[in-house]
Design a protein around this ligand. Sequence first.
Ligand code: ATP
Length: 444
Amino acid sequence: MAIEEQIVSMDKLVALCKRRGFVFGSSELYGGLSGFWDYGPLGVELKQNIKRAWWRANVHLRDDVVGLESALIMPSAIWAASGHLQNFNDPLVECQSCKRRFRADDLEGATVCPQCGGPLSEARQFNTMFQTQVGPVADEGSIAYLRPETAQGTFVNFKNVLQSTPHKIPFGIAQIGKSFRNEITTGNFIFRSREFEQMELEFFVKPGTDDEWFDYWRDERMRWWTHDIGIRPQNIRLRDHAVSELSHYSKQTSDFEYRYPFGTRELEGVADRTDFDLKAHMAGSGIDLTYYDDETQERYVPYVIEPAVGVDRTFLVVLLDAYDEEQTGPKPSDRRTVLRLKSQLAPYKVAVFPLVANKPDLVARARSIYATLKPEMMVAWDSIGNVGKRYRRQDEVGTPWCVTVDYQTLEDSTVTVRDRDTMTQERHPVVGLSDLFRERLVAG
Ligand code: ATP
């Protein structure tokens, strides 16, 4: 059983991620680039499964949300209109001795440097957008920015989506994609980085119904975290922002906070962005973005409820919540590390082994089972070391089921199916294995 109160240390998790190919430091060959990460073979699988789970819940299973993928670079005019050029700032303080820089709000009012004890400067505002230039001529008109959120790409496409789909308000536009912020303080592994991915939903509603929809989305997102993703409820909570914390566009915001090993911090924000953004783009572009409601014959600028979460932060939380260590017998070496991932999120769903690697008939039978399962789901093949070692390796990356082909398989066409969480082993006929795993995957 998972130890309810156990919280894995970050060091252990980072080591596991590197050892098993989930996450690597970016540009490591050249000394690394702070705030950037690369996802390895198992990391990309987990990331895709997280995005799929979000897309399925927020787009495919709903009648009132559609998807969008907008460009990552957009001109300064958009960022001027949205308020990001003026407001997307973090308060920065610098140590006057060691010259290190910190986000003032991370220091909670301290006046001496947490690294060297030197005096800190007054806070100054630092814009965290990455600027670039589009085209060969470097002039005012060529300045553009890498987006710090996906949301603005959605707002500037509001009219396109409305005109090209049959949707009426209330409806939403979902987007998953990269965002970039030149964060002052990165750290805590992938918690806050400079290049990251977001999953954001802009849900357009009639003004006056926004409080109701705000509550709806808070509940729906909590359901997703605890039910679809399987986060333990005691590790996640909702916290309402104080008025002084609100972003420049928000009327009310609630954060989902997670109990990380380094403290309880934000995981996702749900904000009532009001009509701020659409009005800002109407003013900035001169294009009418009002909505005409045929039924009530009213024209208005919709309000927006936005649940926004990072893929990378979700990735971190999924691993932290799933990580477990367990004593499996009396000897100190009888210990296993296991990722108790939901089966839909696990990089590999099934691992197939021949009992021993030097018996060609066992290997051939196992290979054929592997080949049958492979088009249906992600399957691992492992024939190195003894079966016990292979189980440990699969436990450590969260593979829910292992199939072992042994001598009995050659006689009666049954295999051993071993369960990651309970470690129980049952015999199942080879025929029907795909159906068995598919049913288990659907059941979660
Ligand atoms: P932070 O906790 O870093 O201060 P924020 O309040 O600036 O985040 P939002 O602007 O609300 O974040 O962005 C929505 C979500 O996007 C966050 O809840 C988080 O999951 C993710 N996110 C934001 N910034 C980063 C980042 N630098 N690295 C990774 N994920 C991020």
